[in-house]
Write a protein that binds this ligand. Structure first.
Ligand code: GRF
Length: 194
């Protein structure tokens, strides 16, 4: 059983799916949820009685101080660079180097594009603007760049005529939930090494 801490900023649909997959017998359990703001998705943690915490960057003098506190909260749940896994699933913030050093390589992110294409906060919009006929989702290790860490797995998703950012992102999220759960399960079973 792999203990995971999930990090979010927003609606938390990936978190919701991971909680449901864990409840349905997946080989991982969500031991805590962390957020950098009052993320609506924290309600899913509450609904599943999973401990959750918010560490807001605005309460700290700099990114390193915020990252140190965010890391301390996570480590309280027994996850660090040697055990467990930290999953950034919609955390809309670049993690500082001191945070990454605490957890790497047990630190992954999901991104709604086929990296290295369309990194950054507007991946779905950027794929549409570029006229892409295919985009997708990438699960990757986190390094100090913006969505530049080593790719773990990807799923392609077609762009359909008439798609807007919302419809395309929703189609990507269906694939994203499956891919993220599958990758975490593979780590949990030892089918994939960190
Ligand atoms: C996901 O598509 C994630 O890849 C991106 O933001 C979205 C978060 O969605 N960074 P949710 O909060 O899990 O619903």
């Amino acid at each position: 059983m792999l203990d995971i801490v999930v990090l979010i900023s927003g609606s938390g649909s990936n978190l919701k799916s991971l909680l449901e997959q864990a409840a349905a017998g997946a080989p991982f359990r969500v031991v805590a949820v962390g957020a950098d703001c009052d993320a609506p998705g924290l309600a899913y943690a509450e609904a599943h009685s999973v401990p959750n915490f918010i560490v807001k960057p605005s309460d700290y003098t700099d990114r390193a101080a915020w990252g140190a506190e965010f890391a301390e909260k996570i480590k309280e749940f027994g996850v660090d660079a040697a055990k467990g896994l930290v999953v950034s699933a919609g955390l809309m913030r670049i993690l500082p180097p001191n945070f990454i050093a605490e957890f790497s390589p047990r630190l992954i992110n999901t991104h709604p594009a086929l990296l290295p294409l369309f990194p950054g906060a507007h991946a779905v919009r950027d794929a549409l603007a570029a006229g892409a006929t295919e985009t997708g989702v990438t699960v990757h290790h986190i390094d100090e760049g913006v969505d530049t860490g080593p790719v773990i797995a990807q799923t392609a998703v077609p762009v359909l005529d008439g798609d807007d950012e919302a419809t395309l992102h929703e189609r990507i999220k269906v694939a994203e939930r499956q891919l993220l759960g599958r990758v975490i399960s593979q780590f949990a079973r030892g089918e994939r090494n960190f």
